[in-house]
Design a protein around this ligand. Structure first.
Ligand code: ZN
Length: 468
């Protein structure tokens, strides 16, 4: 065979490999069975009851596809109807949640395996859950369910039931909102499988997904409903932080598909949570009095990449148009020589809101708030930052309402250059009296010059909460 014939044979072979008619098949579409219009991300089974009226409306009558993520099975809660506790209770609450959601037509429900962590500091919950692992799972489920909207707990420290787990669910959901659309984050999830029909695939073949809108719910005292409806618990220092910050939905409206009010559907949802506050619904039906479920459902607008009014409908502006917005970073520099500020969750959130573009939340509660029982100690973390080149001594002063007792151990703090001195102020609440809101003030001086003031507004009442 001559060289010419050999060359011809090679060319024919190459042409066959790349020839016309060898078009690849289209990529398979993501699995529609898991597509969600709304993804609800909460901490415990029964958290969904707080926004049950809206879930009923969106699922049953607006025909929105809803998926739900619970960060924990609620294994740290009490059991109102049986001896089962701890992990066993968690298994029961998982079933309660599945049944409650099924009553609203919601079936795609995931539990991420964190442990119910009592307290009011979201950082404690995140530490116990494994922040990174939980975020990875959440981003995976955002990419799987491809929601247009995420609805979650308010990532803010607000007086009321105010569970640290609730806030942690809101923190993670906000982070997942910002990360799931970025293919460089948890990249193994968006790298295609080597052979999807084969075995032992270790990359996941998901697509990056950018959600469009982020909304929050709260169970603070402002959220009147089955748990709270006493206006004496509301702070007199500021307006109701729900006013004008998001859409409101009536729970007395009647569901077109079920011919019942959303309040009644919400109460029926609560009936499934017998280990928790199911009795509130049992009693309401026995007395034929659903008023506790008839308060309007109020949400807080977080952010939108597609416009829409703050108080407009949750799905206003949502279309199939893709959206992307990279996370922002904290502005640096320009710090004063000495800073005196509150620490703990309050300090955490002030940075968190800036990074995640939640400017709307920064003004909701202008002064940090807490609650404490009569005769109990309130302990708050403060920080002194020395941004100068020399050691300073900072003097601390408190201004407390009558009958409060200052138990803070020191009033003078040496702070080395470039360092922060973490301190705790401890004050004893009055032994008794009327439930009321009061303002506590701490100020600091360095070298005779004022360096800052920290205020805290405290609800003092018979059954107070922890401060953090
Ligand atoms: Zn909860």
């Amino acid at each position: 065979m001559s060289n010419k014939v050999t060359l011809l044979a090679v060319l024919v072979f190459v042409c066959r490999m790349h020839g016309a008619g060898a078009t690849a098949p289209p990529l398979l579409a993501p699995d529609e069975r898991y597509k969600a219009d709304l993804l609800l991300i909460v901490a415990h089974p029964d958290d969904d009851v707080v926004i049950g009226g809206y879930l009923a409306r969106a699922s049953l009558d607006q025909h929105k596809r809803i998926a739900v993520i619970y960060c924990t099975p609620g294994d740290g809660g009490g059991n109102a109807v049986g001896n089962e506790a701890g992990a066993a209770l968690g298994q029961m609450r998982i079933i309660e949640a599945r049944r409650a959601l099924a009553s609203l037509g919601i079936e795609n429900v995931w539990f991420l395996g964190g442990h119910d962590t009592p307290g009011q500091d979201p950082l404690r919950s995140l530490d116990r859950w494994g922040h990174g692992h939980m975020l990875e799972e959440m981003v995976r489920l955002v990419r799987l369910t491809r929601p247009e909207v995420i609805l979650t707990w308010l990532p803010d420290y607000v007086v009321g039931e105010n569970h640290g787990d609730h806030q942690a669910a809101g923190v993670l959901a906000t982070e997942a909102f910002d990360l799931a659309g970025d293919r460089t984050q948890f990249a193994e999830q968006v790298w295609p499988a080597r052979n999807r029909t084969g075995m032992s695939n270790l990359t996941e073949g998901l697509l990056p997904w950018q959600c469009k809108k982020l909304y929050f719910a709260t169970d603070a005292f402002e959220d009147f409903g089955p748990y709270w409806h006493d206006s004496r618990d509301l702070s007199p220092f500021r307006k109701n932080f729900l006013d004008g910050h998001g859409p409101t939905y009536s729970n007395t409206d009647v569901s077109a598909s079920r011919h019942k009010s959303y309040a009644r559907l919400n109460a029926e949802q609560q009936l499934f949570y017998l280990t928790q506050e199911g009795y509130l619904a049992t009693q309401a039906f026995a007395a034929n009095d659903l008023r506790a479920f008839e308060y309007p459902m109020r949400l807080i607008f977080g952010k939108s990449l597609v416009g829409g009014a703050v108080t407009g409908d949750v799905f206003e502006g949502v279309s199939q148009k893709p959206a992307y917005s990279p996370p922002r970073t904290l502005p640096g520099g320009g710090r004063p020589a000495v800073e005196f500020e509150i620490g703990g969750p309050w300090a955490f959130y002030s940075g968190f809101w800036k990074v995640h573009g939640l400017d709307n939340l920064a003004g909701l509660i202008p002064v940090p708030e807490a609650s404490v029982g009569f005769g109990h100690m309130l302990s708050a973390p403060l920080f002194i930052w020395n941004n100068t080149g020399a050691e300073i001594t900072v003097k601390l002063r408190s201004r407390l309402p009558a009958e409060w007792i200052d138990k803070t151990a020191y009033d003078s703090y040496p702070v080395r250059p470039g360092e922060a001195y973490p301190l705790r102020v401890e004050v004893m609440a009055p032994a008794g009296g009327q439930d009321q809101w009061q303002e506590l003030v701490w100020s600091a001086d360095a070298g005779g010059q004022p360096v800052g003031v920290v205020r805290m507004r405290v609800l003092v009442k018979k059954s107070g909460g922890m401060t953090e």
